[in-house]
Design a binder for this molecule. Structure first.
Ligand code: SAM
Length: 508
C-alpha cells in the first residue's frame, strides 16, 4: 500500500479526519473508550483497530448506519445515469448507445463507477475523509513486476493474476460509460482525465473493492444471496439478480484487518452494520475480522498479504496433463503391457476431454475444521484424500485406454477396485514428485528463507505461497505412500487367500 510511505503526521492526520467524520455521522457509534485506529505500518498492515482496554465478549465496538456505506443505492451517481444502474433494464440484452447500459454492468463494475465518480468529486463527495485514507497502491500480484511474479515459481497463482482481463473489462464497461457521460463525471471547470489516467484510476478502485468491499447481505438472508426468505421480499439494499448481491464500501468496518483466527464479526442489520466481539479481548490485542478459509495464494491475490495462520488452508493445483503423462509412462515401462501408439494416445486424450465432467486440473487440499464460534482455530488440519473427481477421471482414462487396446495393467485395474486405487495412487505420487520439481527452489530452501527472514516484502509473500504449495505436495505424497502400503498388504492377503501365508502369519 502506498500509505506505507506517507509521513507519520500525514498518516495520523488522515486517521484523525476519518475518525472525526465517522463519529459525526447520524446513527454511527464508536467505542473510543475501548478501541482506537492505529498505525500498523511497521508490520506492513496499514491501519488497524487495537483494543485500548480489556473488552468483554459480545460488545458492540462500532455501528455503521447503512446510509454511510458507499454503494449504488447511496451515491448520487445512480440518479444521474439511471439507465446504467438499471440491472433489469429494457430486455437486458443490449449495450445501447455505447453507454454500457443494463446488460453490461454488475455490482462490481457499478461500484467502480461509483468510486471513480465520488473520487473525482473531491470535497463535494460526502465520503471525502474516508476516500482520503483508502490506499492508492496495492501489493496484490496484479501490480507486481515480471521479476516479482517469477518468485511465485510454479504456483498456479501466476496464471490467475488477470491483468489483461481487467484492462478489457475497464475499457468496455468503465471507460465507455464515463466517456458517454462526460459532463456527469467531469462537470464544467473540473480537470479532465486521459484514458490512461482513467484506466489507472479504475484499476485502483477495482483493487480497493477487492480488498475492502462487503457483500451487503442481511443477517436473515441465505448466505450472501440477499434473498431474505421468500425469494421476493428484497429491500433496496439488495440487488440480487443472478446472485449479484450489492457490493458496498463500509467505512470503519474495513479498517479492521483480518486473519484465519479472529475475534470480531460484522453483523448486517436492517439499518446498520455492527462490529461485535466474539470473545473476551485483552487490551493491546488487535481487533480482527475474518475473510474466510482462504489459502495464502488467494489471500495474496485478493488482499495483497499472507499470514502464517492461513497456511493451514493452502492448496496446490495439479494439472491433469501431468497425471495422464505419468500413467502413460507406467504403461510403457510395465512388463507385458501393450504400448499405445502416438495416434491412439491422442484419441484417448480426446475421448477423456469429451466427458462432460472433464477437469483440466485438480486442487489438493487438507481437511480443516471450521474456526469455533469465538473465532479460534481448533482441530486437525491434515491431508486425507485425493480429490474424488480425480479418481473418477482416472477411471474414465483407463476405460479410454482399454478401448485403444492399452494392455494388461489397465485391464486389471479396471476389473479390480483395489488394483485401480493402487495404480491411481502410484500415478498420483509420480505426478506430485514431478509437480514439486516444477518449482525452482525446494521446500527446504524456502523453509530456510522464511526461517532466516531473508525474503521480505513481495518476495517474502511469494515464498510463503510457494512453500505452502510444496508442503501440501509433500503431505499428499506421504499420505498416498501410507495408503499404498496398506493397500499392498491388503492385495497380498487377498491374493494368497484366507489359507495363504498371510493367514498363517496371523495365526502364529
Ligand atoms: C479491509 S482493509 C483493512 C484496513 C487496512 N489495513 C488499511 O490500512 O486500510 C484490508 C487490507 O488490509 C491489509 N490487511 C488486512 N489484514 C491484514 C493482516 N492480518 N496483515 C497484514 N495486512 C493486513 C491488507 O493490505 C488488506 O488488503
Amino acid at each position: 500500500m502506498e500509505i506505507d510511505s506517507d509521513p507519520a503526521p500525514a498518516f495520523a492526520n488522515g486517521t484523525h479526519n476519518f475518525a472525526t467524520w465517522f463519529q459525526a455521522l447520524t446513527g454511527a457509534t464508536f467505542r473510543s473508550d475501548l478501541v482506537s485506529i492505529e498505525d500498523l505500518r511497521q508490520r506492513h498492515a496499514g491501519r488497524g483497530i487495537i483494543a485500548t482496554a480489556d473488552i468483554a465478549a459480545d460488545t458492540v465496538l462500532f455501528t455503521i448506519p447503512r446510509h454511510a456505506i458507499i454503494c449504488s443505492a447511496t451515491s448520487a451517481l445512480r440518479d444521474k445515469i439511471p439507465r446504467v444502474f438499471d440491472l433489469d433494464g429494457a430486455d437486458g440484452d443490449s449495450d445501447d448507445e455505447g453507454e454500457g447500459s443494463s446488460s453490461s454492468q454488475d455490482s462490481w463494475t457499478l461500484l467502480i463507477l461509483v468510486l471513480i465518480y465520488e473520487y473525482i468529486r473531491g470535497s463535494d463527495s460526502p465520503w471525502k475523509p474516508y476516500l482520503d485514507i483508502l490506499p492508492s497502491a496495492f501489493d496484490t500480484p496484479m501490480f507486481w513486476s515480471p521479476a516479482e511474479l517469477s518468485e511465485l515459481q510454479a504456483s498456479a497463482l501466476g496464471g490467475r493474476v488477470g491483468k489483461e482481463e481487467a484492462d478489457e473489462m475497464i475499457r468496455t464497461k468503465i471507460l465507455s460509460v464515463i466517456r458517454a457521460h462526460g459532463p456527469v463525471f467531469f462537470p464544467s471547470g473540473s480537470p479532465q482525465l486521459t484514458d490512461t489516467q482513467l484506466l489507472e484510476l479504475a484499476h485502483r478502485m477495482g483493487s480497493t473493492i477487492m480488498a475492502y468491499a462487503f457483500d451487503l447481505e442481511n443477517d436473515d438472508s441465505e448466505e450472501n444471496s440477499g434473498d431474505n426468505g421468500d425469494g421476493e421480499d428484497r429491500d433496496e439494499w439488495v440487488e440480487d439478480r443472478e446472485g449479484r448481491t450489492m457490493l458496498g464500501m463500509v467505512p470503519m468496518a474495513d479498517m479492521l484487518n483480518a486473519d484465519a483466527e479472529f475475534n470480531t464479526h460484522i453483523n448486517h442489520g436492517d439499518d446498520a452494520l455492527t462490529a461485535t466481539t466474539l470473545r473476551d479481548i485483552k487490551a493491546g490485542e488487535e481487533i480482527l475480522n475474518y475473510y474466510g478459509p482462504l489459502p495464502n495464494g488467494e489471500l495474496l491475490r485478493r488482499y495483497g498479504y499472507v499470514t502464517p495462520k492461513h497456511s493451514r488452508y493452502d492448496v496446490v493445483e495439479v494439472s491433469w496433463d501431468l497425471i495422464e503423462a505419468r500413467l502413460k509412462e507406467r504403461i510403457e515401462s510395465g512388463s507385458g503391457s501393450g504400448v499405445i501408439t502416438a495416434d491412439d494416445w491422442d484419441n484417448v486424450k480426446q475421448r477423456v476431454r469429451l466427458d462432460e465432467d472433464f477437469e483440466e486440473s485438480f486442487v489438493f487440499e487438507r481437511v480443516n475444521e471450521d474456526p469455533d464460534a469465538t473465532g479460534r482455530l481448533s482441530g486437525d488440519s491434515a491431508f486425507h484424500a485425493i480429490p474424488e473427481e480425480l479418481s473418477n477421471q482416472f477411471k474414465t482414462l483407463l476405460k479410454a485406454i482399454k478401448k485403444a487396446g492399452g494392455g494388461e495393467l489397465v485391464a486389471q485395474a479396471l476389473d479390480d477396485k483395489d488394483l485401480r486405487k493402487q495404480l491411481c495412487l502410484q500415478v498420483v505420487v509420480d505426478a506430485l514428485q514431478v509437480r514439486e520439481r516444477q518449482y525452482l527452489t525446494s521446500l527446504e530452501d524456502d523453509d530456510r528463507l522464511i526461517g532466516t527472514d531473508r525474503a521480505t516484502g513481495r518476495q517474502g509473500m511469494a515464498v510463503w505461497v510457494r512453500r505452502g504449495e510444496k508442503q501440501i505436495l509433500r503431505e499428499a505424497q506421504a499420505w498416498a505412500r501410507g495408503e499404498l502400503n496398506e493397500l499392498a498388504q491388503k492385495i497380498l492377503e487377498g491374493s494368497y487367500g484366507e489359507d495363504g501365508p498371510a493367514a498363517k502369519r496371523r495365526r502364529i
